[in-house]
Ligand binder design. Structure first.
Ligand SMILES: [Zn+2]
Length: 437
């Protein structure tokens, strides 16, 4: 191809937008977004409580390790900086949460469905909030693990240096005093090279200058070396969001169409393709960002706490941290799973409505004719797989205990008399013991 061929392809394919439908199910996306968003709100409320506790505990000499007591050591000053870093991060996470709320579909009709349309503004806000999240939390997690004076000096002075270039007089007055001025002047007098290298006499250092290097550093420090896919996904999100925050051609083109859209409809209300596309992206972002929060960010806070506090205090703070991490990890695991049901052979071809109750508690009343594309949970997005069993088998004994075969002429397990339940559980135990022999 020559340059004109390429330009022709762009002009013909990337100038007039075709309408596009997302591959996911909008109702499921909406439920999953709400579920994860609620979980994250709970997590941040609890992180805020923990942050306040950390701040208080760092003020008490008897609770911190020796290096944190000695004002000739750099760690001493992290008693003020550490809680500030976490508090800054909470603000960033709050913004992300505000931008990943589920769509309000109440009272949406054909007349007002256009209110659900997602435009350049929505996409730009969502992706920019995600970019700020990932960028800031990677950078802060790095600082929390390092807890080094030169590294944090570089981080803050670089920020101050940029801020100072355009800040208004009144803000400047509120923020700058002679001590800050002196520090900044010292920094400004250094060449970029000297700021980064951090040799003996230098005041600043930055060992990992790029986002990607910081991510690699974190994954190696936190023993996440087997998580290469996730590590790459974080970097992919960074590149993708650059496209949006720096107003790239493709992202702007994709999101700024003013064309009218076809109207879709499900059990809840009408909706638009752009709403569904947007929800799909929102869900993916929520999922990856929350995974990052539990796998990378909270463990980095943990490392900092371990360095700062004496054992008893550290243990008690860690317990609170683990409560947050465990609940969010658990919540993430409950979305979009694969579940298996045993079902009596012939039932699928019958006229009967088959009730499939998902682990999340939602039941799908699967009506005849039984359409295989409809067996998923509308609440959590899990896919159901059916294993047909011949005859009238009753219960199947699995590693999770006895399970009723759907369509069998026996009561549900928990409707059985207690002695029958115990009897079945004993049989399970026997099977498990035989298998493990
Ligand atoms: Zn479910």
């Amino acid at each position: 191809m020559n340059e004109i061929d390429i330009l022709k392809n762009i002009a013909e394919n990337l100038s007039q937008r075709k309408s596009s439908a997302a591959l996911n199910n909008y109702e499921v996306l909406g439920n999953n977004i709400k579920f994860l968003n609620d979980s994250f709100i709970w997590g941040i409320e609890n992180l805020l409580i923990l942050q306040k506790q950390i701040e208080l505990d760092l003020e008490k000499d008897e609770l911190v390790t020796n290096n944190f007591k000695d004002n000739s050591k750099s760690h001493y000053y992290f008693r003020k900086i550490l809680p500030r870093i976490v508090s800054n991060d909470i603000s960033i996470i709050d913004k992300f949460i505000a931008n990943t709320q589920p769509d309000d579909r109440q009272n949406i009709t054909l007349e007002n469905v256009h209110e659900l349309k997602k435009t350049f503004l929505d996409f730009s806000n969502l992706v920019t909030a995600s970019r700020q999240f990932i960028d800031s939390l990677v950078s802060d997690a790095y600082q929390l693990i390092k807890l080094e004076s030169k590294e944090i000096n570089f981080h803050v002075l670089t920020s101050l240096h940029s801020f100072n270039r355009f800040v208004t007089k009144s803000i400047r007055q509120a923020l700058f005093n002679s001590e800050i001025e002196d520090s900044l002047n010292e920094f400004n007098n250094l060449s970029n090279n000297k700021r980064i290298r951090g040799n003996e006499s230098h005041i600043t250092k930055c060992s990992e200058t790029s986002f990607g290097n910081k991510v690699d550093f974190l994954f190696s420090q936190l023993n996440l070396t087997t998580e290469t896919d996730f590590q790459n996904k974080i970097k992919d999100l960074f590149s993708f969001s650059s496209e949006f925050t720096h107003i790239g051609y493709v992202s702007t083109f994709f999101t700024s169409s003013s064309d009218s859209e076809v109207i879709f409809k499900d059990d809840i209300s009408p909706y638009l393709p752009s709403t569904e596309n947007f929800s799909e992206l929102k869900y993916e972002l929520l999922e990856i960002v929350m995974r990052f929060f539990t796998k990378v960010y909270l463990p980095s806070v943990d490392k900092a706490l371990e360095t700062a506090f004496v054992k008893d205090t550290y243990d008690s703070l860690l317990e609170s941290l683990n409560v947050i991490s465990d609940r969010i990890s658990q919540d993430l695991k409950t979305r979009n799973n694969q579940y298996y049901f045993f079902i009596k052979q012939g039932l699928i071809e019958s006229e009967e409505t088959i009730d499939l109750t998902c682990i999340c508690g939602t039941t799908r009343n699967w009506e005849a004719p039984h359409d295989m594309s409809k067996i998923f949970c509308s609440n959590c997005g899990s896919q159901f797989n059916l294993l047909e069993i011949e005859g009238d088998p009753g219960y199947i004994i699995t590693s999770n205990g006895p399970v009723k075969v759907i369509g069998s002429s026996v009561p549900d397990f928990n409707e059985l008399p207690i002695e029958k339940q115990i009897d079945l559980l004993k049989q399970c135990e026997k099977v498990v013991n035989e298998q493990t022999k």
